[in-house]
Design a protein around this ligand. Structure first.
Ligand code: NAG
Ligand code: NAG
Ligand code: NAG
Ligand code: NAG
Length: 270
């Protein structure tokens, strides 16, 4: 008896670890197939391989666009389409009820684009806000972005695994420095995306509690704090004496001061 339960344990362990894609009970293609209004969007998800990326997740929200709202996608490259569409795939479960009851009326959501490792700054995050009139609006989390994608209704929900929500227009894909921020040379962005993340932890001082959790919880999102501490170090190390002993001591001191002060700032702002 115990050996069969052990066998069962290992079966489910391996099934959930390695085979969860095939044991998933939802299929975004089938969900969207039930409504002709989303046929173009559905085809785009399949063409860009995002449909299988969605199906491989256990907790996901898809912001779906009706056929008229995706007409401009045919003018864009497949690569651009994939970027824009992956910004509509939220790595958490949000149905209408959960959005309407946001305790701070606003939340920053992690998207599949963030998980792709290509996102710079806050490009891979989406801001969802409940407006005073009750409308739920979505926009890029890049500072200065306009929230102009409006939630229309729910297409399908399989709590708490997948929620498909209909929005009226695509979320604008913003440059990391905000598209209206013309002459900002203060923040040179290196071409490697993963190390840009110090920006997102320093810039928004007041994200609600639920914003940082998805980021940390999602192992694929390249948003660990250590890189930001690491990128902050070189200037101080360069200033220190050339004696390696001195810089070896001062660098950890700086790093721990950085971590402690970040933590303090985080707790204060919370
Ligand atoms: C989802 O459904 C589509 C259409 O029915 C099918 O082609 C595809 O193989 C399914 N995907 C999975 C992962 O089952
Ligand atoms: C639904 O989500 C739960 C919790 O994340 C997970 O344990 C379960 O396997 C998921 N079910 C499916 C069908 O993906
Ligand atoms: C979302 O955007 C609105 C409008 O720009 C802003 O007021 C709000 O603070 C943002 N929410 C978060 C959590 O940053
Ligand atoms: C090296 O350390 C000495 C003593 O702490 C200091 O006076 C000097 O300016 C340092 N040199 C550099 C290049 O930082």
């Amino acid at each position: 008896m115990s050996s069969s339960s052990l066998t069962l344990f290992f079966f489910f362990f391996f099934a959930s670890t390695f085979l969860y894609t095939s044991t998933n009970s939802f299929n975004i293609t089938n969900i969207l197939n039930q409504n002709n209004e989303f046929s173009t969007f559905n085809n785009l998800l399949t063409q860009t391989n995002l449909a299988s990326a969605i199906n491989s997740r256990q907790t996901i929200t898809v912001l779906a666009l009706s056929n008229d709202a995706v007409s401009h996608f045919s003018d864009q490259s497949a690569e651009d389409n994939k970027k824009v569409l992956s910004l509509l795939i939220i790595l958490d479960y949000y149905d209408i009820k959960k959005l309407r009851s946001l305790n701070k009326k606003s939340v920053i959501l992690t998207t599949l684009f963030q998980a792709s490792g290509q996102a710079k700054g806050e490009q891979g995050f989406v801001n969802a806000t409940v407006m005073d009139n009750g409308d739920v609006m979505f926009g890029s989390a890049v500072p200065g972005s306009i929230l102009d994608s409006k939630l229309i209704d729910s297409v399908a929900t399989h709590p708490y695994n997948i929620s498909v929500l209909h929005i009226d227009s695509s979320i604008r894909f913003m440059n990391p420095d905000g598209s209206f921020d013309v002459g900002s040379s203060s923040k040179p962005l290196p071409p490697q995306p993963p190390n840009d993340d110090d920006y997102e932890f320093d810039e928004p001082p007041s994200p609600p509690s639920s914003t940082t959790k998805p980021v940390v919880a999602d192992a694929t999102a390249a948003t660990a704090k250590p890189p930001s501490a690491a990128t902050a170090k070189p200037p101080s190390a360069a200033k220190a004496n050339s004696t390696s002993g001195v810089s070896a001591i001062s660098t950890p001191n700086f790093a721990s001061a950085f971590v402690i002060s970040s933590f303090w700032l985080f707790m204060t702002v919370w």
